[in-house]
Design a protein around this ligand. Structure first.
Ligand code: FMN
Length: 265
């Protein structure tokens, strides 16, 4: 059950919830001089905008997790400045060299937790996360992806050469011997499904970076799975849209942020 009503001992009828709700599920009852959650409940997308914007903490809810109170929540520009954020964002690199150490569970949980806050269309949250840490499983997956990608006439030459080089260094070259690969999947048979996962993964990668971890999006796995659903079974990943990224402690050093050509606007 999501929103279950309003705590009238707290509500001051400020009407904030009327416009906070993107689905307009609150209404003013003028006779009773109160605001009511009129639903229908199934139209509520559980975005929590009403909970977040109510100045009196008067929205009653359950089964949605807990709201978080933090300093400067209403002025996030005071949480992190543009300059600091820019440097952090621009420092996000695709990491293709990892230390063999496993990532402690509490850090992996923090990465997953951050992914819960990436925007998704209509707040659809059907995503599932699968962390694969078993080396032999990662090797099996890597071999399957290499085999599938090798069938592609267009990609074949460039991919094969890249993988030939990687194979000289790594046991499971598709994943650069990273200690873990996180798969994210959902069951959305619409374009939004891919966007949701893309957004979520970016949140996870940024969170990982803030924890001293490195990541690399693995489009090879994504493409191979789209072409051969059997690969999903090796990973025991369920879902229609599936994407994956490697994660671990980086085993390399950066001395500068690479250049990027300014975009024409
Ligand atoms: C959707 C997507 C798929 C990607 N797939 C792969 C991949 O399969 N293998 C890989 O080594 N890098 C992959 N990358 C990383 C890109 O190559 C990388 O982001 C780009 O070269 C820019 O480098 P940077 O991330 O270090 O700034 C992927 C990135 C994205 C966004």
């Amino acid at each position: 059950m999501p929103i279950i009503g309003i705590d009238y001992s707290k509500c001051t009828v400020c009407r904030t919830c009327l416009t906070a709700c993107p689905r307009y599920l609150y209404q003013e009852n003028e006779e009773k001089a109160q605001i009511e959650f009129v639903g229908p409940i199934k139209r509520c997308v559980l975005c929590g905008q009403c909970i977040a914007q109510c100045p009196e903490e008067a929205i009653l809810y359950e089964g949605m997790g807990e709201a978080i109170s933090i300093e400067n929540v209403g002025t996030p520009d005071k949480i992190v400045s543009y300059d600091k954020l820019f440097n952090f964002l621009a420092s996000l690199r695709s990491i293709r060299r990892y230390k063999p150490d496993k990532v402690p569970d509490e850090l992996l949980k923090k990465v997953i937790r951050a992914m819960e806050y990436g925007a998704t269309g209509a707040n659809m949250r059907s995503e599932k996360f699968f962390i694969i840490s078993d080396k032999s499983k990662l090797k099996e997956l890597s071999d399957a992806v290499i085999e599938e990608m090798g069938k592609d006439q267009m990609l074949k030459d460039q991919f094969n050469e890249q993988i030939r080089r990687h194979s000289q260094i790594f046991q499971y070259p598709i994943y650069f011997d990273a200690p873990h690969v996180i798969f994210v999947s959902n069951n959305l048979n619409i374009m939004t499904g891919g966007f949701n996962i893309g957004n979520i993964i970016t949140f996870g990668r940024l969170a990982a970076q803030s924890l001293g971890l490195g990541t690399c999006w693995n489009g090879w796995t994504q493409i191979a799975i789209e072409r051969n659903k059997e690969i999903k079974k090796i990973a025991n990943v369920k879902g229609i849209v599936v994407a994956a990224f490697t994660i671990g402690f980086p085993d390399l050093t950066y001395y500068r942020i690479p250049p990027r050509t300014p975009k024409r606007v």
